[in-house]
Write a protein that binds this ligand. Sequence first.
Ligand code: ADP
Ligand code: MG
Length: 696
Amino acid sequence: MVKNLSDFQIQYIKGVGPKRASLLTRLGIKTVKDALYYLPYRYEDRSNIRKISDLRYGNTETVFGKVISAEVIRLPGRNLKIFELTINDGSGLLKGKWFNQPFMKKNFKVGHEVLLCGSVKRNPYRGIGFEMDNPEYEIVSDDGDPLIHTNRVVPVYRVTSGLSVRQIRSIMFNILTTCIKDVSDTIPAEIINRTALPDLSQSLSQIHFPDSYVDVELLNRGVSDFHKRLAFDELFMLELGLAVMKRGSILKKGIAFNPGGTFLKRLMEVLPFRLTRAQENVFNDIIRDMKRPYPMNRLIEGDVGCGKTIVALMAMLTAAECRYQSALMAPTEILAEQHYINIYRMIEDLGLKLCLLTGSMKDRPLNKIASGEIDMVVGTHALIQEGVVFKNLGLVVIDEQHRFGVMQRALLRRKANNPDVLVMTATPIPRTLALTLYGDLDYSVIDELPPERRPVTTLLFNSKQKDYIYRIIKEEVKKGRQVYVVYPIIEESEKTDLRSAIIGKNALEKFFPEFKVMLLHGRMKAQEREEIMASFKQGEIDILVTTTVIEVGVDVPNATLMLIIHAERFGLSQLHQLRGRIGRGSYQSYCILLAYEPYREEAKRRLDIMVKSNDGFRIAEEDLNIRGPGEFFGTRQSGMPDLRIANIIRDGMLLSKARREAFSIIDRDPDLKGFPLLRKSLETFWEGKIELFKTG
Ligand code: ADP
Ligand code: MG
């Protein structure tokens, strides 16, 4: 990237000084390098000079002529001064007007050659026909200085009060003319050559002050080759950091598990189903990693309901057999509680000790974990708190990775000496993206649902169709099935007019006196929640009224109907996750989206996709399109550096290229000894996020 220019304070650039420098910091510009990367957000094509006689009213045009008069006019009786400039280009006259800016007069002299650019108006009075109000202007200097505000494709920058776009443009021009020669490219030339993208200094100058041959359309969309070059740089730095981290963990010594498979065999005997081919393949990936003497770092991706939990349990049993402890971390207490109950049931006869660890528990079994008496711990964030010490943690499993960031993963990993790490997610995203977002991880997909699953039928209803919805609920419960009713909030509040779970529960109880209706939400005590979940699972509750606490992981195959109240308020991935709670057995399941009108077009799009598709992959993709990558992935909290120019979705091809190049250079030169400048800019890029080069 740029050498030294990142220390060059903007204040010392010609035309800046301390006062403007402090205004520029508001735009995030402190150094010359910041300025170079402060890109125009759009461009205006002022390169076509029009003859005055050819002007059309209403069009924005650029004209070139000689000043024939320049004077300030006072309108009688009004406190208004107008500076009027009249120019002649041989074909006609045009008047430029500036309101209450009498000081403009000193800029112009009769005989000056000037360019004016603005919207062409009709003169309301007699005399010359054409006018422009507050046009952009530029005076042709005798010294042959280049034109930067007119007669070209002109960059437009975001401004701040006290600094006009014209001033910023001039500052940028000064920077480019004086400093562009000092821009040094830290990415090896051979890599750039392979991308066939232009070089860095050319890209920066063309983005700020494009030559006439550059396509304005591409510039405006931010996808010119010059933009792509800058995007590539960012993506390359991103991937290079990931490559270094990954390389670091490969070089680390880890546990080489040496299982005989006895626990697994006994698990298979009690399991009421056979593993799918996809589950077997993924478990083979895991076991291969576990046997190797390096730490495993593997991501398991699979749509909701594909059966990730059992695969995780198999890995945990493998660790237990080799006398290592394992920990499973889930994003919510309800999910942790449920994993605990399920796993407990499956391993009851194996003689292993399992415990639960969540924030709301009073008696935490910390001593037993520290002494090694406990073999497996299932918990929430509580697992990564200080105070939690393991005797010999060998395997860490993180469920629903999309809810956690890189940092939390690192914290749990630190509870042990290079343990094997398995993370699981139900957010299906394209491979390169997954590899990037989950950084240093290897990657396996469970791309198959257990057999005999019937796709959930999803229906969209409005509030006038409630009677019909009640009838469907009644029928399902009469058949012996169970129902979730999901609300966006627990209690009514003054801030919103949303329906709430508490009121909803009371209404349902009145409506269905013959059914057992219970409430479950995140503010309840853990024990109460556990009891309710357990009795729902046992079929003792017909209708469970709840909130998004059941969004992830909860598994009750007999529940076949989900009613989502205020479906218009939920995000797409969230709706898909919620819907994943049903359709888990062999019965036909129904998801009813109850949407209260009016709602926005975007909500309509989400609801339509839900009705049309059960495919988590498609839904994630649509969600990405609707929300954009930043919000979708919550990149901030994930611990990734911010990308200012690149967009990991739009620039997917560049991302793949960047990844390939970055990993190949790190394979050849893990510490970047041969590339000191590159190494330096890499550290700057990842500053504060991750300690590079210290992991090995
Ligand atoms: P997720 O991948 O969403 O975490 P779970 O692990 O909760 O899915 O599994 C969903 C349901 O599917 C559970 O009831 C589980 O017991 C069941 N299941 C898992 N694997 C299989 C299989 N191979 N055949 C049939 N049912 C399975
Ligand atoms: Mg799960």
